[in-house]
Design a binder for this molecule. Sequence first.
Ligand code: SF4
Length: 245
Amino acid sequence: MAFYKITHNEKHRFATLHNYGCTFRCSICSYKLRSGADGRPGQAYPRPTRFLGIDQMKKALQAVSPEKVFFMGGEPTVAPELPEMLDFVKNTLGVHTCLGHTNGSMLPLANLDGANVGLKAWDPKVHLEYTGKPKQLIFDNFAAAFQKGMDLKANIVFVPGLIDVDQIEAVAAWLATLSREIPFHIMGYIPVPGQSYKPPTTEQMNVAEQTCRRHLTCVAVSHLTSQQALDLSARDDRFAVRQIA
Ligand code: SF4
């Protein structure tokens, strides 16, 4: 699809390009919190009424002189304008480029400095069932991006009954084979419309965190309610942004 919005955080001096659409079909996609049970995963709601042109995006970014530019989704790598915008941000503006979140299916990319990659599952069958896509390409891409020197973080959603601690620990152990220093964020599942999974308890989250700390030095957890997830700016001023295009 394409980028439809750019936001700017004046305090922290970063801009974010927002893409519509994703290549995965995760049944528990958190975008359904806004789009509802019938919403397609990875798609913002409501569907954008217009998309941004390349010149419009470049002008908006130049006007605010960010120190860092993020690309978000859905899945930002499906935007056909991404390679040109990465080139512009990296080589014309001269600032850090990062995929604020990505499913990892297109890593590594030219002119991309960093990425926060959602690793969905360790078991190949579960991965395929969960996302509609095979697991191996994603993990191979992550390793290739790491070997290329990209600044990588990883995250996973803890969904009791679908992605349990054994899967999460296996992902953490695999990350540790690359580096024990890779930051790993475990997110408690936030119930979305149309799914029967329950969120993990605080105790389950603690077990997941302590288990992963055996493998990795930087493990963080978040355990939000639906309401908290829909109003992140109330908890973190990095989400207090102004739309600039
Ligand atoms: S990869 Fe992320 S954005 Fe895409 S469907 Fe899955 S959870 Fe949603």
